[in-house]
Design a protein around this ligand. Structure first.
Ligand SMILES: NC(=O)c1ccc[n+]([C@@H]2O[C@H](COP(=O)([O-])OP(=O)(O)OC[C@H]3O[C@@H](n4cnc5c(N)ncnc54)[C@H](OP(=O)(O)O)[C@@H]3O)[C@@H](O)[C@H]2O)c1
Length: 227
């Protein structure tokens, strides 16, 4: 698979790129071609030293629009407040058949508290994933990975033993998505929550985690449901 991580030069993109490069062709997208190429090179070195001969894929860097046009899978690792303009500018370049994975969490912070606030994307927005589906006019959007801490995913030796609740309106892409999650770590456990009209529930789980972290001084938390 060719996976383009748009805004992949940031904290969250790094771990996804390193882990997926074991089996996939990964493209780091950036607004700046040179930055993308530089980060991609650094991630590729980390991946090669972690996976050795098990590394079957690679990591390269490109400007976002080029990366978006040739991808089978697009991951939007863009901060929520920039998402609307970013997609409006890029929407004609995006491969219409691509699966779009959104880990985007719309967050506002007030008085040391974190709140779920999709209006930072656009007035009236109900979740990041629904807004993405509207702008790109595709049903291939999957809301997922919001509760995976960047620091944990970026460490290729860390056992990611977490649940991954996800939402999508297109059940035909679920098998392919589950395989992609397992390619990040066999210990990740994807759990289907429902359609994108429930995406706000999944996105806002992160806010509970962040507020626990601030008040309980426990960092890089994730979630696992128990029976
Ligand atoms: N960090 C986490 O632990 C975590 C966990 C789960 C989900 N998420 C979600 O994943 C997304 C990325 O998180 P992150 O921590 O990686 O974010 P980040 O490091 O703050 O930013 C990611 C990238 O976004 C690009 N960017 C910045 N401003 C932009 C603008 N105005 N227009 C277009 N692109 C811009 C930058 O890439 P260039 O400068 O190279 O263009 C930057 O490297 C967020 O939506 C976040 O909610 C994060």
């Amino acid at each position: 698979m060719r996976i383009s991580i748009l805004g992949g030069t940031g904290e969250f993109g790094e771990g996804l790129a390193i882990r997926w490069s074991r089996a996939h062709e990964v493209i780091i997208g950036s607004r700046f071609k040179e930055k993308a190429e530089k980060e991609a090179k650094e991630y590729a070195i980390k991946a090669a030293s972690a996976y050795l001969e098990d590394m079957k894929g690679n990591i390269i860097g490109m400007e976002n629009s080029q990366a978006a046009s040739i991808a089978d899978v697009i991951v939007l690792t863009i901060p929520a407040q920039y998402l609307y303009n970013f997609l409006e500018t890029l929407k004609d370049k995006i491969n219409k058949d691509a699966m779009i994975i959104s880990p985007v969490v719309p967050i506002t912070k007030k008085d040391l508290k974190f709140f779920y606030d999709p209006a930072i994307i656009k007035q009236g927005a109900t979740s990041a994933a629904e807004e993405i589906a509207k702008i790109l006019q595709t049903d291939k959007v999957i809301a997922a990975l919001h509760t995976i801490p960047a620091k944990k995913i970026a460490d290729p030796y860390h056992r990611l033993n977490y649940d991954v609740p996800f939402c999508t309106d297109n059940k035909n892409i679920i098998d392919q998505f589950v395989k992609l999650i397992k390619d990040l770590s066999i210990h990740l456990n994807p759990l289907y929550v429902g359609g994108l009209d429930l995406a706000s529930l999944v996105e806002s789980l992160t806010l509970t985690i962040l507020n626990i972290s601030i008040n309980s001084k426990i960092w890089n938390l994730s979630i696992k449901f128990v029976e």
